[in-house]
Ligand binder design. Structure first.
Ligand code: NAD
Ligand code: DAU
Length: 351
C-alpha cells in the first residue's frame, strides 16, 4: 500500500480517486480535515476496503510512526499543506506549522521506519513530495519559464514555507539517503477545488450574482493544468523518477487572470445564462491587489517529458469546460463547503 497525506483536499482527493480507480493497491489516507479537507470528495469510496482513512495531523510524529509500522507502505505521497497564498498573508503561523514543521516530522517518522526496512524494501521505497512552482518566485514578462535549475526565490509566507519543505526533503536525501522525489507543479484547476481559489471562487460568485473580484490590474499570469493531468504526472514520477531529483509539472498554458475570468463568464453565459439575459462579465469588479503579488509563473516541464514521457492530455479549452460543468452539476458540494468559516473568510478578505 501507499500512504497519502492530505488526501481529502483538492489535489489529494483527485489523486486518491484516480489511483483507486486504476489500481487495487490500497491507500492509507492521513488528513487533518482542516477547512479545505472534505470527506465528501471521497464519498464514492465508502465501503471500499482499499481506502483507509485516518484523521490526524502530520505534525504528530508518533501517530505517523505507528501508522507506518502497522501498515508498512512502500511509498509516501505528501500532499498535506496549508495551500492558500491569501490566507498565508493574513496568518502565516499555520503555514509554518504544517508546511515546515509537519514536513519535518513526517520526514523524521519516515526515516525511522525506512532505516529499519530490509535492504531491498529500502531501495524500492519512495517519498514523493508534492510542491509548487511558487517556490521559484516571479518571472518578468519575457523571462524563460522556470526549469528545475532556477533558484528558490519565494515571495509569500506560503511559498517560503513550501520552499523550506523542499529543502528539508532534499537534505533528507543527501544526508540520510532517503529515496525522495520532489515535484513542482503550476496552478491546478478541476473538480473539488475549494472556492477560495480564483477559478472556483469566480464560478461560485458568478452563479450567486456576486461580484467577481479581480486583484490589481488582472494581468498577472499563471500556468494552468487540469488536476487529473497533475495526478498522472505524480504517478509517473513515482513509478520511474530518478531518486533525489525534482521534476517540474506544468500545462504549457499561460493565461492572464482577466482572460481566465472572461473565459469562465463566456462558458457560464452558454451553459447557464443569467435570468436577465446579460453577461456574467458585468459582475467583474477590480479590487485592491494582493500584497507582494507575483506577476507571472510559467513552468518548463521538458525534463518530465523527455525523461518520463509525460505531457498533459487536457487542453485548457477541454479542461475548463469540464470544470465549469462539474460545478454546475454539483451545487450541493459547493453549498456544503460554504460554511460559517468560509463566509468569515470572504468577509475578511473582500470587505
Ligand atoms: P488543499 O488546501 O485543497 O488540501 C490540503 C489538504 O491537506 C486538506 O485536505 C487538509 O485537510 C490537509 N492538511 C492540512 N494541514 C494538515 C496537517 N497538518 N496534517 C494533515 N493534513 C493536513 O490543497 P491542494 O490545492 O490540494 O494542494 C495539495 C498540495 O499540492 C499542497 O502541498 C500544495 O502546496 C501543492 N500544490 C498545489 C497546487 C494548486 O494549484 N492547488 C499547485 C502545485 C502544488
Ligand atoms: O502556482 C501554484 C499555486 O497556485 C499553488 O501552490 C497554490 O497552492 C495555489 O493556491 C495557487 O496559488 P495562486 O496564488 O496562484 O492561486 P489563487 O487561485 O489564489 O490565485 C490565482 C491568481 O488569481 C492570482 O494571481 C491571484 C488572483 N486572484 C485570486 C483570487 C482568489 C484574484 O484576482 N482574485 C481572487 O479573488
Amino acid at each position: 500500500m501507499i500512504l497519502v497525506t492530505g488526501g481529502a483536499g483538492f489535489i489529494g482527493s483527485n489523486f486518491v480517486l484516480d489511483w483507486l480507480g486504476a489500481s487495487n493497491e490500497a491507500i492509507l489516507n492521513l488528513d487533518k480535515l482542516t477547512y479545505s479537507g472534505n470527506l465528501a470528495n471521497l464519498a464514492s469510496l465508502n465501503g471500499n476496503p482499499h481506502h483507509i482513512f485516518v484523521q490526524g495531523d502530520i505534525t504528530d510524529g508518533s501517530l505517523i510512526e505507528g501508522l507506518l509500522i502497522k501498515h508498512q507502505p512502500r511509498a509516501v505521497i505528501h500532499f498535506a499543506a496549508e495551500s492558500h497564498v491569501d490566507r498565508s498573508i493574513h496568518g502565516p503561523e499555520d503555514f509554518i506549522q504544517t508546511n515546515i514543521v509537519g514536513t519535518f516530522r513526517l520526514l523524521e517518522a519516515v526515516r525511522a521506519y525506512w532505516s529499519k526496512l530490509p535492504q531491498a524494501d529500502q531501495e524500492n521505497f519512495r517519498f514523493l513530495h508534492v510542491s509548487t512552482d511558487e517556490i521559484y518566485g516571479s518571472l518578468s514578462p519575457d523571462a524563460p519559464a522556470f526549469t528545475e535549475r532556477n533558484p528558490h526565490e519565494p515571495n509569500s509566507p506560503y511559498s517560503a514555507s513550501k520552499a523550506a519543505s523542499d529543502h528539508l526533503v532534499r537534505a533528507y536525501h543527501h544526508t540520510y539517503g532517503l529515496p525522495t522525489l520532489t515535484t513542482n507543479c503550476s496552478n491546478n484547476y478541476g473538480p473539488f477545488h475549494f472556492p477560495e481559489k480564483l477559478i472556483p471562487l469566480m464560478i461560485v460568485n458568478a452563479l450567486a450574482g456576486k461580484p467577481l473580484p479581480i486583484y490589481g490590474d488582472g494581468q498577472q499570469i499563471r500556468d494552468w493544468l487540469y488536476v487529473k493531468d497533475h495526478c498522472r504526472a505524480i504517478c509517473r514520477v513515482l513509478e520511474a523518477g530518478r531518486i533525489g531529483e525534482t521534476y517540474n509539472i506544468g500545462g504549457w498554458n499561460e493565461k492572464q487572470n482577466i482572460e481566465i475570468v472572461n473565459t469562465l463568464c463566456t462558458l457560464l453565459d452558454e451553459l447557464q445564462p443569467r435570468a436577465d439575459g446579460r453577461s456574467y462579465t458585468e459582475q467583474i469588479t477590480y479590487v485592491k491587489d494582493r500584497p507582494g503579488h507575483d506577476r507571472r509563473y510559467a513552468i518548463d516541464a521538458t525534463k518530465l517529458y523527455t525523461e518520463l514521457g509525460w505531457k498533459p492530455t487536457e487542453t485548457f479549452a477541454t479542461g475548463i469546460r469540464k470544470t465549469v460543468q462539474w460545478y454546475l452539476d454539483n451545487p450541493q458540494w459547493t453549498s456544503d463547503v460554504q460554511s460559517g468559516a468560509y463566509r468569515d473568510w470572504l468577509n475578511k478578505q473582500y470587505a
